[in-house]
Design a protein around this ligand. Structure first.
Ligand code: NAD
Length: 255
């Protein structure tokens, strides 16, 4: 059987690559033979992680980028194209959690902080990625949404709205570009053991453990378990998967 998860000669962008799901996915793409661009606003961290990959014999480049700034995204794409001349896959994954607050007490500053990264950032990244993929006539994009794109969740309205929005953008871009050889999909992680998951409970380890126990599979997910789904969505194995939100949540949303 053909090994679909071979990314040799492919150039792949991963945003939010300094930690958690983004870092695990960048590492997985590199180990699958791809040339990986690690993008994040935490430049020291991505430089170190990219160097670790290069030292291990893989192909990687760090490009600093705050995805809430469209100009920085445009500059990042220019850098990728001047370096490699193409972009085959993009994982738009950078995100922030909302500070817990019921809607009546929430602020416009907090709304903007979350939406600017999680929703406008995904829109702006897709805009420049699609411009290049259109020229190539090929490409695969995966956006990180969330199980929070499927239901409400008290206290984090801006985050929930941003993730519902990511699904809407994913479906729309998928329809707009499917005939041009570009597939756009999303991944919906459940509770994954990263900083953002801990931010929801604001440091309350007992609350965090209780949420993990409540997942049908009995534990939080590992970032690598999301990376596996992202690589498959970007691979030829998913050649007929278009506009889909793939939920990877240990059964959290099944019952
Ligand atoms: N961990 C979970 O349980 C879970 C569940 C559902 C969805 N998600 C989503 O997964 C994605 C990755 O989060 P994670 O769980 O790996 O947490 P994380 O905090 O480890 O990763 C988030 C990454 O995004 C980067 N980032 C934040 N703001 C940025 C900006 N303005 N520009 C560039 N980079 C920025 C951070 O530096 C960090 O590397 C997020 O979109 C998050 O909403 C996580």
């Amino acid at each position: 059987m053909e090994n679909f998860l071979n990314f040799t000669d492919k150039v792949i962008l991963v945003t939010g690559a300094s930690s958690g799901i983004g870092l695990a996915t960048a590492q997985a793409f590199a180990k699958a033979g791809g040339t990986v661009v690690l993008a994040d606003y935490r430049e020291d961290e991505i430089k170190e992680e990219a160097q670790n990959l290069v030292d291990a014999g893989y192909s990687a480049l760090a490009v600093g980028c705050d995805v809430s700034e469209e100009k920085q995204i445009e500059a990042m794409m220019e850098r990728i194209l001047s370096e490699y001349g193409r972009l085959d896959c993009a994982f738009n994954n950078a995100g922030v959690m909302a500070h817990l607050s019921p809607m009546a007490e929430s602020t416009i500053e907090e709304w903007n902080r979350v939406i600017d990264v999680n929703l406008r950032g995904v829109w702006a990244c897709m805009k420049y990625e699609l411009q290049q993929m259109q020229k190539q006539g090929s490409g695969a994009i995966v956006n990180t949404a969330s199980v929070g794109a499927l239901t409400g969740n008290p206290g984090i309205g801006s985050y929930i709205a941003s993730k519902h929005g990511v699904i809407g953008l994913t479906r729309t871009a998928a329809l707009e570009y499917a005939k041009q050889g570009i597939r756009v999909n999303a991944v919906n992680p459940g509770l994954i053991d990263t900083q953002i998951a801990r931010d929801v409970v604001e440091g309350d380890e007992d609350a965090y453990a209780a949420i993990g126990d409540g997942v049908p599979i009995g534990r939080p997910g590992r970032p690598e378990e999301i990376a596996n789904a992202v690589l498959w969505l970007c691979s030829p194995g998913a050649s007929y998967v278009v506009g889909h939100g793939l939920t990877v949540d240990g059964g959290m949303t099944v019952g």
